[in-house]
Ligand binder design. Structure first.
Ligand SMILES: [Zn+2]
Length: 645
């Protein structure tokens, strides 16, 4: 960072941007300070009301300078938190039901959490601009969740205690982004550091003569040696302070598991992701530390490194063009895969090259998410995942898989049996919850209690906290009605192991969702031990079962399996229940969906690169893209340098 600041020239383009802003803002706006706030330019005012009532001033300005602008209140006009809280509580209509407030003093913003946000929109009795003017804090109205997410609370606490340090850091980030370009020549290379020709440790470096961006930073949980488990940053021959930014496509461990290690070893720069990706990845990263401890392994990083991520992350909503380096702009769009998952569009140079990285992609609608976006203004190089890239990887339609699921559940419940669904806490669990709630309410699934145990309720709370990232219908239900499916009366969360008595009681038909998804640990094992011997019961697998896991062995027909008992002794469990595996709830595109995504992109692509798939899948997808669309398609391996432009 230091290096780049010293290189700054006196007559910079940044100064001319500042001059344009000063000239365009009228006196009445009372702007007293202009400062960088990471990738944004913040205008500080003593009277936010004027700019809030004349928002065309800011939008016109953004059109001229092509940079993001935010209006902030000057610190001197901000009331104390207690005073502001009282003013807000007084101004809010009672029925909106205020649940909590969070003050972020680094940016002068207050999140106001209410049960019924719809009562505040277009409500003449509640004037946000007036309230901002009088309390001195910008209000952000948010939907309160059914249960509070402890991860989001931890992030808020961390933001609070680090607000001075963060404000300084954001300024440095801004100075770096808006530094004068030294190299006028555009050249773009991609270095593959992990997740090419394999699933796991996704990581790559996007480099121009001007900037270096690291994209994703995962681990490969299945690998046996460190050389195969972690991204090959050693091979890229870069130091952490040379990086301009790290961009994260989504929260899964194979895309974020190595990120805390970079913070541990001194990465100080910005981390960009969507807003829900931050709590989701923190939840997953902290869980990985716990799992390592439980298995007697030394974790790669500690909780404090995850806290550091919270402080360095700059979140960006879908669809917002953001400068992340002097010659690179980034736009996130919905990838349909898990909450907050994004395709990353990099606009390089003055439109010299457009590179889109899909991350993990679902090109198909689910109850939780809309299908991935595809309407980029321009793409020359597409990098697409290929988890299900082989021609035979065709999933059943949503309709088919949902009716198979309903039948499987109904047949078991009607017999008085229990249904056990081993499930990953993040994504799949919430999708299955929504399916159950939907069909029980519609009368197509027999009503029965649904018990959940593991990280599921925490992950669910995070989903509920960001309704704007969910599919339209679900979002409307949460933001505009009292009929919130996450708060359904069917669901009961099991918080402690001593509350398992109810779901396990004889003769009570019920559905149990528990982690982990492949029977490799977690509370699901306790349920498995009790449910597997009963012939009336059923286990439904809705996620991929990796070779060698207990889930796979059971699915392949093992009638007796050994488990480690609570007292440390090996216990043999007989498997007499029925079981079924359902494809089609996957968060990944199948072969047809991958192909139709490529087909949709306009104007015609110059090149397709393929990653995130076993070698055979990558190869197969590349071949079919070449054949069907007449576009050059390659599947690089790890440790390749590819010239994009
Ligand atoms: Zn993923």
């Amino acid at each position: 960072m230091q290096r780049k600041q010293q290189e700054k020239e006196p007559q910079s383009s940044a100064q001319s941007v500042m001059a344009t802003i000063l000239q365009s803002i009228p006196k009445e706006a009372k702007v007293s300070k202009i400062d960088y706030e990471g990738p944004r330019i913040a205008l500080y005012t003593k009277s936010p009301l004027y700019l809030m009532e004349h928002n065309e001033i800011i939008s016109d300005l953004v059109n001229v300078i092509k940079k993001r602008i935010v209006v902030r209140t000057e610190e001197s006009i901000r009331k104390t938190e207690e005073e502001a809280r009282q003013m807000i509580s007084k101004a809010l209509p009672k029925e909106a039901d205020l649940q909590g407030t969070f003050f972020d003093s680094a940016i002068g913003e207050v999140s106001v959490e209410v049960k019924r946000p719809w009562l505040l929109h277009n409500n003449p009795a509640f004037n946000v601009a007036q309230l901002t003017e009088s309390c001195g804090w910008r209000l952000r109205i948010r939907k309160a969740t059914t249960i509070q997410s402890s991860t989001i609370q931890a992030i808020n606490y961390n933001l609070k205690v680090s607000s001075t340090e963060r404000a300084k850091q954001l300024k440095i980030i801004g100075e770096n982004i808006f530094r004068t370009r030294l190299a006028q020549k555009s050249e773009v290379s991609l270095l593959t550091l992990g997740g090419f020709g394999q699933v796991g440790r996704s990581c790559m470096l996007l480099a121009t003569p001007e900037s270096k961006i690291l994209i994703d930073c995962g681990v490969n949980p299945g690998a046996r040696t460190p050389m195969e488990a972690y991204p090959r940053l050693d091979w890229a021959n870069i130091t952490l302070d040379e990086l301009d930014a790290i961009v994260i496509s989504h929260a899964h461990l194979d895309h974020t598991g190595f990120l805390p290690v970079l913070c541990k070893y001194g990465y100080k720069g910005p981390i960009y992701c969507t807003e829900p990706t931050l709590p989701m990845m923190n939840l997953i990263q902290l869980d990985a530390v716990k799992v390592a401890a439980a298995q007697g392994r030394v974790a790669l990083y500690a909780d404090r490194d995850v806290k550091q991520i919270m402080r360095q992350t700059v979140t960006i909503p879908y669809g917002t063009v953001t400068d992340i380096a002097p010659d690179i702009k980034l736009v996130f769009s919905n990838a349909g895969h898990i909450l907050g998952s994004a395709t990353c569009h990099f606009h390089i140079g003055n439109g010299d090259h457009n590179f889109v990285y899909t991350g993990d992609l679902k090109f198909g609608k689910s109850i939780l998410f809309e299908s991935a976006s595809w309407n980029y203004p321009r793409v020359e190089t597409l990098l697409i995942e290929s988890t299900y890239g082989a021609r035979e990887d065709i999933q059943p339609t949503r309709q088919e898989v949902e009716s198979a699921f309903i039948n499987a559940v109904n047949n078991t419940l009607v017999d008085g049996g229990k249904v056990l669904i081993p499930i990953p806490a993040v994504g799949r669990a919430q999708e299955i919850m929504m399916v159950i709630d939907h069909y029980m309410k519609a009368g197509q699934m027999i009503e029965a209690p649904v018990f959940m145990e593991g990280m599921i309720s925490e992950a669910t709370a995070i989903h509920e906290a960001y309704p704007e990232y969910l599919a339209r219908e679900l979002r409307q239900k949460i933001l505009e009605t009292d009929d919130n499916p996450f708060d359904s009366e069917y669901f009961t969360n099991i918080e402690h192991s001593d509350s398992r008595e109810e779901p396990l009681r004889d003769g009570t038909p019920c559905i149990i969702l528990a982690t982990s998804g492949m029977l490799e640990g977690g509370p699901v094992l306790e349920y498995f031990r009790n449910i597997a011997p009963g012939s009336k019961n059923k286990i439904i697998f809705v996620s991929y079962q990796v070779n060698g896991t207990l889930g796979r062995r059971v699915l392949d027909g093992s009638k007796q399996v050994s488990l480690m008992g609570r007292d440390g002794k090996v216990e043999v469990v007989s498997v007499n229940c029925s079981m079924i595996k359902l494809d089609g709830f996957s968060g990944h595109s199948d072969y047809n969906q991958l192909m139709s995504f490529v087909h949709k992109l306009r104007p015609k692509l110059r090149r397709v690169l393929i990653n995130h798939g076993e070698r055979r899948k990558c190869e197969n997808l590349a071949m079919n893209i070449r054949r069907m669309f007449r576009v050059p398609a390659h599947y690089p391996q790890v440790q390749e340098a590819i010239r994009l432009f």
